[in-house]
Design a protein around this ligand. Structure first.
Ligand SMILES: Cc1ncc(COP(=O)(O)O)c(C=O)c1O
Length: 388
């Protein structure tokens, strides 16, 4: 048997995929399961975007292309990001990747040395911590607190910064809580990053899915575009998770290195998918707006339904498509409750700890599913918890 490199022992995962497998196994045995675990829009990719990909394939966009992405898409992304963040950027700030996730991996790989510290949100997207550990860095969790509407305590952030801090990761709107950072929060991060010469990774993948307030990017703060890498993409905004199309925005000196990692790993992003992305940016904003309007109705319905369950309490998240209810009063761990609800009530959802230790006491439900499923799912949760 081959012996694995020790770094493989430091690689984490995304539990959502494990829960999906367990739920499918139950379904294969004839059980009915309501799926509230997956973080992807249930809407179809807009038809004009699909059409653009079909045409692109006919036109021959079926070969390798530049690692950093097609020039026309990088231009369109630079325009889009420039307008939505009130910054000026050129196409050579853009690197296109198969999904936005590789930007996390490549950036951490490019910046973080053994012993460097990375501050990241907890509860937060599990791949941050996984990649920090895998690359030899030291993960420094920044708790997101319900009493701060799932934002961080600025004093706590300051106390986490050390001479070894290389990178601060922020995510707004946030997965798994749906929380949104305020202008003050961003100013705190910007101030610390500037004073201690730290790079910021701003995961803005949910920037178009906001119900209250508006998206603020840390890059709008003077001087911050130079020390920030924006991660964004098409998966959530245009219901394109399976297309694998995302991007990073960063200083050209860093962009060349990240592009080199693209060359070394995946060569490039499928060019016909990039042409579809071009169409999405130009002509699918209406589809996003309708999707967000529908998500808002579902959010309101689900939060109300969950708050009617004795012992459960749930904030109205201002963004993304997740709710993060508090289940502490049930006196069991989040893992136990999530497992119980899957096995005994037929509802697939995630334990808060799937997003880190500070998710204990919470569950994560995705409302990227139909109203019927939300009605059935919340009823099953109410009945299941009443029997717990
Ligand atoms: C916070 C966050 N960042 C990034 C991603 C990755 O998105 P993509 O599908 O573009 O790789 C996700 C997907 O779930 C996410 O929740």
């Amino acid at each position: 048997m081959e012996k694995l490199a020790s770094r493989m022992g430091r690689l984490g995962t995304e539990t959502a995929f494990d829960v999906l497998v367990k739920a499918k196994a139950l379904e294969a045995r004839g059980r009915s399961v309501v799926h509230l675990e997956l973080g992807e829009p249930d809407f179809d990719t807009p038809s004009n975007v699909i059409q653009a990909a079909n045409s692109a394939m006919e036109e021959g966009y079926t070969h390798y292309c530049a690692s950093a992405g097609l020039v026309e898409l990088r231009e369109a992304i630079a325009d889009h990001v420039g307008q939505t963040r009130s910054v000026n950027i050129d196409p050579d700030w853009v690197v296109v990747t198969p999904g936005a996730k590789p930007i996390m991996f490549f950036l951490i790989l490019a910046l973080v040395e053994e012993g460097d510290e990375v501050i990241y949100p907890n509860p937060g997207f599990p791949i941050y911590e996984s990649m920090i550990r895998f690359c030899g860095g030291t993960p420094v969790p920044l708790p997101l607190l319900e009493e701060f509407e799932f934002r961080f305590d600025p004093e706590q952030l300051e106390s986490k910064v050390s001479s070894k801090t290389k990178l601060i990761i922020i995510n707004s709107p946030q997965n798994p809580t749906g929380g949104l950072l305020t202008e003050n929060d961003l100013a705190t991060v910007a101030d610390l990053a500037t004073r201690h010469d730290i790079t910021v990774l701003a995961d803005e993948i949910y920037s178009c899915i906001i119900y209250e307030g508006e998206h603020r990017s840390i890059t709008s703060i003077p001087g911050m575009m130079d020390r920030t890498v924006i991660l964004d993409g098409f998966s959530k905004t245009f219901a394109m998770t399976g297309w694998r199309l995302g991007y990073g925005i960063m200083r050209p000196e860093l962009q060349t290195h990240i592009s080199k990692l693209v060359t070394n790993s995946v060569s490039c992003t499928a060019p016909f998918a990039q042409r579809a992305g071009l169409e999405a940016l130009a002509n699918a904003g209406g589809a996003t707006a309708s999707m967000v309007a529908e998500f808002r109705k579902r959010r309101d319905f689900l939060v109300e339904a969950l708050n009617r369950i004795p012992g459960m309490s749930c904030l109205y998240p201002p963004g993304a498509f997740y709710v993060f209810p508090n289940v502490r009063s049930f006196g069991k761990s989040s893992d136990e409750i999530a497992d119980y609800l899957l096995q005994e009530a037929g509802v697939a959802l995630l334990s808060g700890t799937a997003f880190g230790a500070f998710g204990e006491g919470y569950l994560r439900l995705s409302y990227a599913t139909s109203m019927e499923n939300l009605a059935e799912g919340s009823q099953r949760i109410a009945d299941g918890l009443a029997r717990l």
